[in-house]
Write a protein that binds this ligand. Sequence first.
Ligand SMILES: NC(=O)c1ccc[n+]([C@@H]2O[C@H](COP(=O)([O-])OP(=O)(O)OC[C@H]3O[C@@H](n4cnc5c(N)ncnc54)[C@H](OP(=O)(O)O)[C@@H]3O)[C@@H](O)[C@H]2O)c1
Length: 324
Amino acid sequence: MKILITGTTGFLGSHLVAALTSPSDPLSRERVIFALNRRPPHRNHAQIHPFTWEHTPRGELILPEALRENPASEVLPDVIIHTAAMSSFPGCEENPEAAHRANVAVTEQLVAFAAAHAVSLIFLSTDLIFDGNRPPPVGGFRVSDRPMPRSVYARTKSLAEAKVQQLGPRGLILRTSLLYGNALSDHGGPLQWVKNAIEQRAPIPAFTDEWRTPLAVEELVAVILCCLERKTLGGSILHCAGTERVSRYDFLQAVLETLGADLELLSPTSRTTVGGPPRPADVSLAADEMSALLGRPPLPIRAALKRSLGGSSENSTDCAPVTS
Ligand SMILES: NC(=O)c1ccc[n+]([C@@H]2O[C@H](COP(=O)([O-])OP(=O)(O)OC[C@H]3O[C@@H](n4cnc5c(N)ncnc54)[C@H](OP(=O)(O)O)[C@@H]3O)[C@@H](O)[C@H]2O)c1
């Protein structure tokens, strides 16, 4: 299978590439990976073929020529996994045009490419497309609930979702909760600021009034591997989340405990005390369909943190058996 992945320099993209090329996965030898990024890779890997976005004179990203103009069959992927995004919540608010270019215009190009060449596309979206300022339904937002994006980041992701839906059965949207895990790339990952604060013994602000259903990055990678294996989930939206609804404070407490750090560093605070765009209070997702796909619920937070940050053994990436 030929897989084009955008954003392999990022947190999720780097985990995805590591899993897809893992020598312990018997299917990995059958995969060819095209990594599409803004910058060339640091290291070469025989199985990974790097591509770099080109620029228009106005600085917009366009597909590299090899993909843009009559792509040869060797470079034509079976599936695109589009993880690249301007993913900073305040960064998007400060520069809405750049956010639109990165999150909507780039997705639109990939959708046009996928439509022209009958390629499937898996798109990474976010829990933030829901209005988190009213209590979510019991158990969290479901796919049947109406998105109500309240920030530039969320609006651009929601617009991008609409583009992907134009692909019909060739498009799959994975709406993902807050991710966590160890960083494999120089992006540092979502817990880097916590590790830095621990090192510097700086206070760690922890919101007691913001709730999420965090998901370990390894679990999301397992979901994507299942989707690739099944080839049947197109045309749908899947919510990807952990089963525990926790406040940021409780989540960070679990992180600090796993790292053996001083809990006194945690500074309970309200999300309303920070500047920038208003932060949704609760965008918990209900992810029973994800658990059904994996054939098990995702690991509980503390066990997943121990595996990710504490270096314990790998998680199963098997899918549930298909039932007819
Ligand atoms: N992390 C989370 O908690 C979370 C939660 C929900 C949804 N998501 C979604 O999951 C996906 C992956 O997130 P992540 O945490 O892996 O993000 P990340 O670590 O910030 O990585 C973002 C990737 O996108 C690339 N990128 C950034 N700005 C770009 C631009 N203007 N044009 C083209 N590429 C650009 C980056 O490339 P450079 O190396 O060149 O900067 C990097 O490869 C994103 O679509 C995000 O919206 C993430």
